[in-house]
Structures are given as C-alpha cells and as structure tokens.
Design a protein around this ligand. Structure first.
Ligand code: BJW
Ligand code: ZN
Length: 259
C-alpha cells in the first residue's frame, strides 16, 4: 500500500472533479476555537446549548454574547496554510466544490472559488421574526457589535445570526449544490468531527457514487473507518504537504496511514 500523502497526491493528480468538506479544525490554526473538546467550551456552554432556536428564544443576550465573542476572534484572524491550499486547488481542478460548515468566511478571504456555505455566515444577520423586508438578511461586520442584542433595521425586532442552528434546515441551494458535488473523483474531508448531520454524510455519499475519499484530522472520527484513506495530522500541515507532492511528484513524508 502506498503511503498516504503519496496516495492522496496520486489520486488528486489524476482527478478531474474534486470536492472538499471542511469543518472548524481547518480554522484552528487561525486561532478560532473548534466546537467540541475543551477548546469549544464558552463560559461552560457547549455548542449544542447555544446553537439552537430554543436557546435563542430563551436567552438571546447570552447567545448573542457568544456570537459577539466569536465575531471578535474571527475579525482578527487570517487564513492559514490549509485555507490557502484549498483556495489554490479551487482554481486548478476542472470541477471543484468546497462545502464548508464554517461560518467564519476565511475560505472566502483566502480567495476560494466554488464555495458552498452549508451553515451560513457569522457576518450575516437576519430578522428573528422574519418581517420579510430583507429575506436574505444583511451583512454586518462590526465586531464588537454596537448593541447586544442587535435589532432588525426594518421592524426594530430582534436580529439573529444568519447561521443554521440545530433542528433548522440547511439552505436548499447549499444542500443541492453539496449533493451534486458528491459526484466527484476525490472527496477530501478536513477538520471536522463528522458528527453533525447532514454534512457528515457527504463523504459517504461521495464514496457510494465511486469517489476516492480522504480524511485529514489529527484525531480519529466517525469518518475515519469509512474513508479510503485517513491521514492523522493537522490540515495546515497535511494539505500543503499533499499539494507539494502533487506538484513535484516526489515522495511524501511517510506519515502513517490509519488503515
Ligand atoms: C483539526 C485541527 C487541525 C482540530 N487540522 N483538524 C441524523 C442523525 C442524527 C441527528 C441528526 C440527523 N440529521 C439531523 C440531525 C440533528 C442535527 C445533528 O446532526 N445532531 C448531531 C449532533 C447528532 N443536525 C441538524 O439539526 C441540522 N439540521 C437538519 O438536519 O435539519 C433537518 C431539517 C429538515 C427540514 C426542516 C427542518 C430541519 C443542522 C445542523 C446545524 C449545525 N450548526 C452548527 C452551528 C452553526 C452556526 C455557528 O457556527 O454558530 O454548526 S453546530 C456546529 O457543529 C457548527 C459546525 O459547523 C458543526 C460541525 O462541527 P465541526 O466543524 O465538525 O467542528 P468540531 O469542533 O466538532 O470538530 C473539529 C474537528 O477538527 C475535530 O475532529 C478535531 O480533531 C479537528 N481538528 N484541529 C485538522 N489543526
Ligand atoms: Zn424585521
């Protein structure tokens, strides 16, 4: 069996249609905390306690304080080598789709083409009571926010973050685009715990349709035993390493493959 970085580079070199799914781990090196694990706790709340319509209904101020804290961290962050590599891949394959669960906008900042934002954007606000004046919401990049909770400029009611919370549907256009992108030659899943559905099923769908699947994550996840190749490492190290191997055709560094 080929070593993993080499195997990934060989598959990508031969690929015409490439789909990448990213999660919070891809932004970890930019200083943005992931959701799960110790780093994911904010004032002892878990994401599951705050990222729900029920939490917002019960306590919009606490939910907005969490988002304000994250918006401030994200505003100060820059794309890292993982974002940059994915951005360069987005310009070099015949067909490329990035499906990101991240709401931070760092893939956009890195210049990635073909982004499907699965869970929305932390920089978009929407009217919480859907007054209908701006159904798509509006952009607000102020960090810290001028007031908590922010208000809808049209009806004066509560504004909410333009993101997808637990129990809410993924935007139809994003879902359709992601499922179309599951028809690919190579599907790379990087920096996600692969716990949150339906994003977590994208690699399974791609594999079912004949794609070669790769996971990049320092920890084992639910996806690890299901992909064709799992590379144990950080996205900001491994993705550039694969990229160098694609470009040079040289041998990779011989990272261990989990399966
Ligand atoms: C590194 C690294 C480095 C660290 N390099 N890696 C089927 C079965 C069971 C449950 C469900 C199901 N279908 C739906 C559900 C319910 C629910 C769900 O999945 N629950 C599970 C927890 C069980 N899903 C939903 O509710 C979804 N909606 C839905 O399906 O609706 C159906 C519907 C249809 C029609 C009408 C109505 C409804 C919506 C899910 C929304 C998730 N939202 C959040 C918040 C977004 C806004 C915000 O950011 O605040 O999305 S929750 C949070 O989790 C966020 C993330 O995008 C998402 C995934 O997290 P991610 O990115 O994987 O991060 P972590 O922290 O979990 O993992 C980081 C990883 O990085 C780790 O593995 C590290 O090891 C790794 N790492 N450093 C590489 N340097
Ligand atoms: Zn309104």
């Amino acid at each position: 069996m080929e070593r993993s970085v080499e195997a990934a580079a060989a598959r990508l070199r031969a690929a015409r249609r490439v789909t990448v799914l990213t999660g919070a781990g891809v932004s970890a090196a930019s200083g943005i905390p992931t959701f799960r694990g110790e780093a994911g706790l904010w004032r002892s709340f878990r994401a599951e306690d705050l990222a729900t319509p029920e939490a917002f209904e019960r306590d919009p101020i606490t939910v907005w304080e969490w988002y304000d804290w994250r918006r401030r961290a994200i505003a100060a962050a820059r794309p890292n080598a993982a974002h940059e590599t994915i951005a360069s891949w987005s310009r070099s394959f015949d067909e490329f789709t990035l499906v990101t669960q991240n709401v931070d906008g760092l893939h956009e900042l890195a210049g990635t083409a073909g982004i499907v934002r699965f869970h929305g954007s932390i920089w978009t606000l929407r009217c919480a009571s859907s007054c209908g004046a701006r159904p798509e919401g509006w952009e607000d990049r102020t960090a810290p926010l001028a007031e908590i909770p922010p208000r809808c400029p049209d009806c004066g009611g509560l504004a909410r973050p333009g993101v997808v919370w637990f129990g809410e549907a993924i935007p139809v256009t994003a879902l359709e685009a992601a499922w179309r992108a599951a028809d690919c030659d190579v599907c790379v899943v990087a920096g996600t715990s692969s716990l949150v559905m339906p994003a977590a099923s994208l690699a399974d769908a791609a594999r079912d349709r004949g794609a070669w699947t790769l996971e990049v994550n320092p920890e084992a996840t639910r996806a690890t035993s299901r992909v064709d190749c799992a590379i144990a490492g950080r996205a900001e190290d491994v993705l550039p390493e694969i990229d160098r191997a694609i470009r040079s055709g040289q041998r990779g560094s011989g990272r261990s493959e989990r399966q």
